[in-house]
Design a protein around this ligand. Structure first.
Ligand code: SF4
Length: 759
C-alpha cells in the first residue's frame, strides 16, 4: 500500500466478454507454451492467455504468444489455390482439384523423364506431427523421392547429428525442471531471453529460489550474457577449442567422474589423448578466453554436484556444429552429468515442432527414429504402410542444403516447398533466387500467398494456420502437446493434413496404403509404430500410452510414455470425473500417471549397440571465412524477441512490427568513430556474396571487430552470408563470415527502408 492509502484501487481491465476458452499450444518457438483462446458469444476470438495449469509456462506467454490470435485474419493469407504456366506470369485462381491434379501430373512427368529423385520435397519445423507423419508417408511411400528434407537442417540438424553420434539416438535427454536442480549452468550460443523467453523465465525462477553459477559462452554480450556470473566472449567458431581445454583441465586435475566413465561410456582413452593438444596456455590464443578463466570455469563445472549445458544456434550453425554438440556431450559424460536431475545436455530447439519432424516426418530416415539404412526397419515400415520394401531407398538422400545446389547442376527439376521460405532463410539468397528460377516446376504450400518464395512458384496451395487445424507438437523437453481446432479454416485454405491426403490419392501406391481422414487416427498409427524394441531394449520414443484426451488433461506429456495397464485406466476414469467438476484453466494434473519420463538415460544405458555412450574426440579445424583487410568485420546474426523466423507471420502482427520494424545492425561505437559512422544512420554491408543496407545501432554489445544483424528480414543478412556446411549435419555456418561497412546515400536508404516496411 503506497502513501498510507487505506483502500486498494486495482487497475480494472474491461471485460473482453469471453464466453468460452479453447485449449491449444503456441505455434512459434519450441518452448511449447499452452495457450487458451477466448471466444465471445459470436464465436469470435477476443483474446489469448497462457494456461495457468500448464507446467511449461504456468500462465505466462511472450509477446508472440500473446498476439498469436491476430494471425487468423492477418493480411496476405491465401484464400484460393493459384496457378500459372511461368513464374513471371500473373497467377490465376483455380480449384483444389485442378491445383492438385496439375501438381501430381508435373511430379510424375519430371520423375518419368529424369528419375524419381529429380523431384524434391522440402518441408519445415512448423507443421503438426500428424502432418509430418502423413507427408513422410506420401513422399516416401507414394511419390518415392529420396530428396526429401526439412528446413530444420538450418537450425537443429547439428543437435540431431551430435546426439546420434554420442548417445546412439536423437532426443534431448533433459527437461526445464533441471534448472531447479542444477549447481552450474553453461549456456553456449543461446540467448534465452530473446529466443525462448518462457524457458528463460523458468531459469530465472529457479535462480531466484537457489543461486547457482550461470556461465554464458557467446561472442556478443547478449541479454543472457548480461545476467551471467561469467561471460566468455569467445572467438566465433572456436567452441570446440574451449571445451577441449576445459576437458584438459578436468582430466589433468583428476576431476572427471571415472566410475561413470568406466560404467557407461566408450572412447575415453581417445578423448584423453586428444585433449593433450589443448592445454589452456595454447588454447587461449585460438578461442580468445584467457587461460585462468578456462581453468576456473572447468573446475566450477566439474566440481558442481550437478551441472548442465544448454545451447542453440551459436553451436549448431557452424561448420563443426555436430562436433560442438558431441563435445558438449563429452563434457557432460566425463563429469557424469547425463540423466540426473540438474545434470544434462539440453539442446534448446528452435521451431515449435522441430522435434515432431525429427521424430515422425521420415525426412532423414523413417518414422520413429528408424533408419533407411537398416534392412529390418525398412521392411517393418514397408509392411506397416502396405508397400513393396524395394520402393524405399536404402540410404538417405540429399539434405536441404544440398538439394538447392542440385537444382544448379540440373539434378533436381521440380520442388514442393511446404511452410518454408528459402528466399529469406537460406544463406546467399541471390544464389537461391537463381536456383528457384531454374526449376521446371515449383509448388509452394503456405499460409500466406505473399511469402517471398511464392514469387517463383507455378502452383500455390493456401494452407490453414495454427489452431485452424488439429494435431500435436513436441517441445524442447520431449513434451507432446495438442493444437486443437479453434476456428474453421480461413476462406478456401485447407489443413496441411488434408492437402497431403488429397495428393496421396493421385499416386498409384495409395491403393494399397491407408491414409486416415482424421489426425487422431494418424496419431494412433504413430503410437503403434512407437512400441517395440531397439537394440533389444524398449524404444525410447514410445508414445503408445498417450491419447489426445490425456494430452489435454495433462497439458502435455513427455515421451517416453508407454501404454498404461488396465488399473491405471480405471484411475484415469476416476480422475476425469473429479477434474470435470473443476475449472480446467486453473487445475493441475492430479496424479503422476499423466507424466511421461522427465529425463532420458537415468540408468546410464544408452541406445547404442553396447548400451554405452560414445566419447568422441573432436579436433578443431578452422575453415571459416575470417575478417581480413578487405572485409574486416565478423558478421553475426540471430533473433529478436518480437519476430519469428522470416516474419511471414509476426511481420503481419501490428505490435510485433511496431517494436521491431526494421533490420538494424549492432556496431561497436569505437569502430564506428574510426569509420565516421553515426548512431541511427544507414550503412551498406558488403560481403563476397552481396550487400544489404541497414540502420546502425551503436552498442557495446558487440566487440570492435564484429557486427550483428537480426536474421528475420527479407533481402538483408542472408544476402551476405556464406553458409559453409557442417560435414555431418549439412547445417550452414550462418554466423561465421566477414563483411565491410560503407557509407550510403542517407535519403535513398531511408526511402528504401520505408518501402520495405510497408510489408
Ligand atoms: S516462449 Fe515460445 S512457445 Fe512460449 S509464447 Fe513465446 S513463442 Fe510461444
Amino acid at each position: 500500500m503506497l502513501f498510507g492509502r487505506k483502500n486498494r484501487k486495482p487497475i480494472t481491465i474491461p471485460s473482453k466478454k469471453v464466453k468460452e476458452w479453447k485449449y491449444t499450444t503456441c505455434n512459434y518457438c519450441s518452448t511449447g507454451c499452452s495457450i487458451e483462446i477466448g471466444l465471445n458469444e459470436d464465436k469470435k476470438i477476443v483474446t489469448t492467455r497462457g494456461h495457468a495449469g500448464a507446467d511449461v509456462n504456468r500462465g505466462k506467454l511472450c509477446i508472440k504468444g500473446l498476439l498469436e490470435h491476430e494471425l487468423f485474419e492477418s493480411p496476405g493469407r491465401g484464400t484460393e489455390p493459384l496457378i500459372r504456366e511461368q513464374h513471371f506470369e500473373k497467377f490465376e485462381k483455380t480449384s483444389w482439384d485442378k491445383a492438385l491434379d496439375t501438381t501430381a501430373s508435373k511430379i510424375k512427368e519430371i520423375q518419368q523423364k529424369y528419375g524419381r529423385d529429380a523431384f524434391a520435397v522440402v518441408s519445415t519445423g512448423q507443421l503438426l506431427t500428424e502432418e509430418f507423419y502423413t507427408l513422410g508417408k506420401l513422399t516416401r511411400g507414394c511419390i518415392g523421392t529420396n530428396n526429401y528434407d526439412g528446413n530444420t537442417t538450418l537450425c537443429m540438424a547439428s543437435a540431431v547429428s551430435g546426439y546420434k553420434r554420442s548417445f546412439g539416438l536423437d532426443g534431448p535427454p533433459g527437461c526445464y525442471e533441471d534448472f531447479e536442480h542444477t549447481h552450474c549452468l553453461m549456456a553456449f550460443g543461446s540467448n534465452l531471453p530473446e529466443q525462448h523467453p518462457i524457458i528463460y523465465w523458468r531459469l530465472k525462477e529457479a535462480l531466484e529460489k537457489r543461486k547457482f553459477p550461470l556461465i554464458v559462452v557467446d561472442p556478443r554480450v547478449t541479454m543472457l550474457a548480461q545476467f551471467a556470473d561469467i561471460h566468455l566472449p569467445i572467438t566465433p567458431g572456436t567452441d570446440c577449442v574451449l571445451i577441449n581445454a576445459m576437458m584438459f583441465v578436468i582430466i589433468s586435475e583428476g576431476l572427471q567422474d571415472q566410475s561413470y566413465i568406466d560404467a557407461h561410456t566408450q572412447g575415453f582413452a581417445e578423448v584423453k589423448a586428444l585433449v593433450q593438444d589443448y592445454d589452456p596456455k595454447s588454447a587461449q590464443h585460438i578461442c580468445g578466453i584467457d587461460e585462468d578463466t578456462i581453468r576456473n570455469v572447468a573446475r566450477i563445472y566439474a566440481k558442481a554436484p550437478a551441472a548442465m549445458s544448454i545451447w542453440t544456434m551459436g553451436i549448431n550453425q557452424s561448420t563443426h556444429g555436430s562436433d560442438g554438440v558431441a563435445n558438449i556431450n563429452n563434457l557432460n559424460l566425463i563429469t557424469g552429468n547425463i540423466g540426473k536431475p540438474g545434470g544434462t545436455s539440453l539442446s534448446i530447439t528452435g521451431q515449435c515442432n522441430a522435434m515432431g519432424t525429427r521424430e515422425w516426418s521420415s525426412c532423414s530416415g523413417l518414422p520413429g527414429y528408424r533408419y533407411l539404412e537398416n534392412d529390418d526397419e525398412r521392411k517393418e515400415i514397408a509392411d506397416f504402410w502396405g508397400i513393396d520394401v524395394e520402393f524405399l531407398p536404402k540410404k538417405r538422400g540429399l539434405a536441404q542444403t544440398d538439394i538447392f545446389p542440385a537444382i544448379e547442376t540440373g539434378e533436381i527439376k521440380g520442388m514442393w516447398l511446404v511452410a518454408t521460405n528459402p528466399m529469406t532463410s537460406m544463406p546467399n539468397t541471390a544464389r537461391i533466387r537463381k536456383m528457384l528460377e531454374k526449376l521446371d516446376f515449383l509448388v509452394v504450400q503456405d499460409v500466406y500467398e505473399d511469402v517471398e518464395t511464392n514469387q517463383y512458384s507455378h502452383v500455390y496451395f493456401p494452407a490453414s494456420v495454427w489452431a485452424e487445424k488439429q494435431g500435436c507438437h513436441t517441445n524442447t523437453e520431449r513434451r507432446v502437446n495438442l493444437i486443437d481446432n479453434v476456428l474453421p479454416s480461413f476462406a478456401n485454405s485447407k489443413p496441411d493434413f488434408w492437402i497431403f491426403n488429397q495428393m496421396a490419392k493421385r499416386f498409384e501406391n495409395s491403393k494399397t496404403m491407408k491414409f486416415p481422414d482424421k489426425p487422431e487416427d494418424a496419431f494412433n498409427e504413430m503410437k503403434l509404430l512407437s512400441k517395440g524394441t531397439h537394440h533389444g531394449r524398449p524404444r525410447t520414443l514410445d508414445i503408445s500410452g498417450m491419447s489426445y484426451e490425456k494430452i489435454i488433461k495433462a497439458r502435455g506429456i513427455q515421451w517416453p510414455y508407454r501404454e498404461v495397464d488396465s488399473r491405471e485406466k480405471e484411475l484415469l476414469k476416476e480422475e476425469s470425473r473429479v477434474e470435470a467438476e473443476q475449472s480446467p484453466s486453473t487445475s493441475s494434473p492430479k496424479t503422476t500417471n499423466l507424466k511421461g519420463e522427465q529425463r532420458l538415460y537415468i540408468d546410464g544405458i544408452f541406445p547404442t549397440k553396447s548400451g554405452k555412450a560414445n566419447l568422441i574426440p573432436v579436433k578443431f579445424y578452422n575453415n571459416n571465412e575470417q575478417p581480413c583487410g578487405e572485409y574486416p568485420f565478423w558478421l553475426n546474426s540471430g533473433r529478436v524477441v518480437e519476430h519469428f523466423h522470416t516474419r511471414t507471420r509476426t511481420g503481419k502482427i501490428g505490435n510485433c512490427n511496431k517494436f521491431s520494424p526494421t533490420a538494424y545492425m549492432e556496431m561497436n561505437p569505437d569502430a564506428a568513430t574510426e569509420l565516421g559512422i553515426k548512431h541511427q544512420s544507414y550503412v551498406r554491408l558488403t560481403s563476397r556474396r552481396g550487400d544489404a543496407v541497414v540502420l546502425v545501432q551503436l552498442t557495446q554489445r558487440v566487440p570492435r571487430n564484429m557486427v550483428f544483424v537480426p536474421f528475420h528480414y527479407h533481402d538483408c543478412v542472408n544476402r551476405l552470408t556464406l553458409g559453409l556446411l557442417d560435414p555431418h549435419s549439412r547445417q550452414p555456418a550462418f554466423k561465421q563470415c566477414s563483411v565491410r561497412i560503407e557509407h550510403v546515400d542517407q535519403s535513398e536508404a531511408a526511402r528504401l527502408n520505408v518501402e520495405r516496411r510497408t510489408y
